[in-house]
Design a protein around this ligand. Sequence first.
Ligand SMILES: NC(=O)c1ccc[n+]([C@@H]2O[C@H](COP(=O)([O-])OP(=O)(O)OC[C@H]3O[C@@H](n4cnc5c(N)ncnc54)[C@H](OP(=O)(O)O)[C@@H]3O)[C@@H](O)[C@H]2O)c1
Length: 330
Amino acid sequence: MTAFRALFVDQKSPEETSLEIKSIQLDDLPEGDVTIRVHYSSINYKDGLATLANGNIVKNYPFIPGIDAAGVVIASSDSNFKEGDPVIVTSYELGVSHFGGYSEYIRVPSKWVVPLPDGLTLREAMIYGTAGFTAAMSVLALQDHGANPQDGKVAVSGATGGVGSIATAILSKLGFSVVASSGKQGSVDYLAKLGADEIVSREAFQPEKLRPLDKEQFAHAIDCVGGKPLSYLLSTTKYGGSVTTCGMSAGYQLNSTVYPFILRGIHLLGIDSVYCPYARRKEVWHHIATDFKLDSLDAITTEITLQDLPEALEKNVQGGILGRYLVRLI
Ligand SMILES: NC(=O)c1ccc[n+]([C@@H]2O[C@H](COP(=O)([O-])OP(=O)(O)OC[C@H]3O[C@@H](n4cnc5c(N)ncnc54)[C@H](OP(=O)(O)O)[C@@H]3O)[C@@H](O)[C@H]2O)c1
């Protein structure tokens, strides 16, 4: 039986956790139909939370976090997958209540497994990861509600984060004019390289006084942070526009009124990547591999190994990550 490496988070006390790379065996993995040799994983907001004692992600310790994995099937009892198939696993319970992707091997239910689409490598799939998948879902939701580049500017909040970076780059590739908001030093060059036309401060989307209806500015918006910026975007989106919501790093509360909806016909579109239905999931990955595929992936990627993960996860928790962190496990 082969021993392999995985990053474990453990609880030292109710207030303190520790991270350690340990050697385990395939038999230590949870039940599942498909066993996968993981080649790449990535860092998402939730992965940072999973390392915190008060992060409200991990229920049982010791635990292997990592909500993303891409690799090659080594064994499958489901005939839809066979040894050697390149596959992607994101969402569901992976890295939340089921041992996750910060491991050289995972075993998962086959209904979580998506075949790697043509046109995408395993490495590229994990540069997108859950963040890129969520960005792609957000852009598709705008398009499903009729958004097109002629409508005017599209706002993106939290633009240097994983979701925000990829949303900015996909929108720009599709010909949309993007107004990106960021609170990070050094974000201007970074966001300009991704194709943002205008870069504004974080405060620009969080004015002291929030009006129920403010001056119309944006045709549509992709909000990655919730809280005040989401309220602001609802009040400044033009008649008939759409605003997507997927995150809450600026807060989970929404301070708004019915006015944007009943006086401007604004659509507020909720985005959930975790239980996105399987058929839609495959469709989103197909877009990522084709019309949403970015040439600028290297500009947003920092590649690390399992050993580098504890430090990178801490940086993520402190909000210091620019773009996407790719974790190489081969
Ligand atoms: N609904 C879903 O299925 C789904 C899927 C994936 C992620 N998410 C959520 O989406 C959000 C973004 O995820 P991510 O992977 O992009 O995370 P991330 O890489 O950590 O980026 C979050 C970004 O939010 C901004 N931010 C952080 N703290 C803030 C604050 N206090 N006020 C305003 N902005 C703040 C920062 O951008 P700037 O420095 O550029 O301002 C930061 O880079 C998270 O809340 C995550 O949980 C949801």
